[in-house]
Ligand binder design. Structure first.
Ligand code: NDP
Ligand code: HEM
Length: 503
């Protein structure tokens, strides 16, 4: 390729120097414009193509580069090279986001927050694509699209709809745990720096002896938890739609680098067969008392990307991206996500999205994938484009093989009602959060937020939806149910009677 000659003249994309950048080429000073003004065509045509599809969820977000440093030895659980030595540093890219809103929506909406980290490890990129909550609204990927539709706009009104949201949640009791967290003040965090992050799913770790354990990842904010109340979030929405973006960017620009401490919970495969809840159910946590947090390391963000679109908009995170020593689990939601993200990236960014700088593995990438739109990495040059071949020495490596897993069960369209593993208890863990963890102030705010949110339910099905949801709140905690019913002006006894609720 010819060496690029530097100069400071304005040019077309192909390098032709502009002679004029404010007036089109015309017949006389009054026009009309000549078809031959290619520079005008190029400017207009490129502008028309500036937008790519926004992420179907998590469209509004902020990102930064940083470093992950190991502070505690966990090599007994994993042989992953990024964890192989205390003090080891790995470059990372993090993106935080809201979930339901469009790219231009407000940062302070009541919503979970995305918490996605790409670790550029020497064994390939590892993506941990989590949220600021340890659980999720649904536990089967078949429900994800339906659930997300309720968080988007009503097909007729084109407005957000509390009726859609509470209709779905009330018909899907497994959502209750996540809905409670969402309705607490953690549903409106003060920017991205003051919230925890979670891998949320159960994942595997595999050690040098090829033994597997299951793990949950927790990122604890070193800045301390800080939330907005409902009113503060609404005020901030009116004042600064991009509050969290500005807060993260300015904090890093000022050298005030945000940090999170990474910890894991570990469960042996034997334990996973004995616990009285399904350890692969994304609507449940692993209690800390039984599965204590183990220190791993520190994540620090210290570099804002020079260009938002280049790095943040084009970032592509995929739960499928694991590296040697880290693996998946039977969690159905995780299994669904393994497929969904690269599929979304191919649509949003194109088949060669892994070559975009923020997504590129900085270490070796060798394969026989060739061609496709926007192939810009040399495309394998003169090297063979098939395998096996007699010309290069690229080979698989048996030492990376994961331990086998024994599955003994019946293939069926399993559903909760025939489950014997405690999957149907949607109430105990939210009850523990409300009763045992939240302070009085947090309890009061959560109830107030639920009343505000449920007050938006309207239309002919209002009473049915309100009553159905109230039953879930009652089953979780009677005082909670009574106070929400009172706040909505609903007669408690008639609800209980109409829904056949007994306690
Ligand atoms: P612990 O008392 O050991 O832990 C309670 C956890 O709740 C802490 O991680 C705390 O986070 C977090 N928390 C506090 N307020 C809220 C809130 N409004 N929304 C979400 N999380 C909050 O209890 P257990 O491990 O026995 O769990 C009890 C309940 O706590 C669970 O049923 C679950 O609802 C919730 N929880 C549990 C987690 C787990 O992994 N075990 C993780 C997060 C929540 P922090 O330390 O930042 O204050
Ligand atoms: C983004 C699908 C559940 C966290 C996305 C995207 C899709 C998607 C298609 C857009 C990807 C892109 O265009 O780059 C799904 C499906 C799910 C699911 C099908 C369930 C079956 C979850 C869960 C979490 C989560 C449980 C968290 C624990 C995220 C995050 C992003 C995201 C953080 C944004 C990543 C970024 O910053 O680019 N999801 N999702 N998702 N999802 Fe999910």
């Amino acid at each position: 390729m010819a060496e690029e000659k530097k100069h400071n003249k304005l040019t077309t994309a192909s390098g032709r120097v502009y002679v004029e950048n404010e007036n089109s080429k015309t017949v006389g000073p009054k026009g009309p414009i000549l078809l031959e003004d290619y520079i005008l065509h190029e400017k207009m045509a490129h502008f028309n193509r500036e937008r790519i599809p926004e992420r179907v969820v998590h469209a509004k977000g902020s990102g930064a580069y940083g470093t992950f440093t190991v502070t505690n030895d966990i090599t007994q659980y994993t042989k992953a090279k990024l964890f192989n030595k205390v003090g080891k540093k790995t470059r990372i890219f993090a993106r935080f986001s809201t979930v339901g809103g469009e790219k231009g929506s407000a940062d302070t909406e009541r919503d979970p927050r995305g918490f996605a980290i790409k670790f550029y490890t020497e064994d390939g990129n590892w993506d941990l694509v989590g949220n600021n909550t340890p659980v999720f609204f649904v536990k089967d990927p078949k429900k994800f699209g339906d659930f997300i539709h309720t968080q988007k706009r009503d097909p007729y009104t084109n407005c957000k709809s509390a009726t859609m949201m509470w209709d779905f949640w009330s018909l899907n009791p497994e959502s209750l745990h996540q809905v409670l967290i969402l309705m607490s003040d953690r549903g409106t965090p003060d920017g991205y720096r003051h919230m925890d992050g979670f891998g949320s799913h159960t994942f595997s770790m595999i050690n040098a002896k090829n033994e597997r354990v299951y793990v949950k990842y927790h990122f604890k904010t070193a800045q301390g938890i800080k939330n907005f109340t409902d009113e503060e979030a609404a005020q901030m929405k009116a004042k600064d739609m991009d509050y969290a973006q500005r807060d993260l960017l300015e904090s890093i620009d000022q050298g005030n680098y945000p940090k999170w401490n990474l910890k894991i919970q570990v469960m042996t495969v034997e334990q996973s067969k004995k616990v009285d809840f399904n350890p692969f159910d994304l609507t449940k946590v692993w209690p800390h008392a039984e599965f204590p947090l183990i220190d791993v390391g520190v994540m620090e963000l210290h570099q804002n990307p020079d260009n938002y679109f280049q790095d943040v908009e084009q970032a592509a995170f995929a739960p499928a991206h694991v590296v040697d020593g880290l693996g998946y689990s039977p969690d159905k939601m995780l299994q669904g996500r393994l497929l969904s993200y690269p599929d979304a990236h191919r649509y949003r960014l194109g088949a060669n999205y892994e070559q975009i700088p923020v997504n590129r593995c900085p270490y070796a990438v060798n394969n026989y994938q060739r061609d496709g739109a926007m192939r810009i990495d040399g495309n394998g040059g003169r090297q063979p484009n098939y395998w096996p071949n007699s010309f290069d020495d690229i080979k698989v490596d048996e030492s990376y093989r994961e331990p086998s897993e024994q599955l003994e069960d019946t293939i069926a369209d399993w559903y909760d009602r025939n489950s014997k593993i405690g999957d149907n208890d949607h109430y105990s863990q939210p009850r523990a959060l409300f009763r045992d963890v939240m302070t009085q102030e947090e309890q009061d705010n959560t109830i107030k937020n639920v009343i505000n949110a449920m007050s938006g339910i309207s239309g002919p099905k209002r009473d049915e939806i309100v009553n159905r949801q109230l039953c879930h709140w009652f089953r979780m905690d009677e005082e909670f149910g009574s106070r929400v019913a009172g706040g909505l002006g609903v007669d408690v006894n008639s609800v209980m009677e109409s829904m056949g609720f007994s306690h």
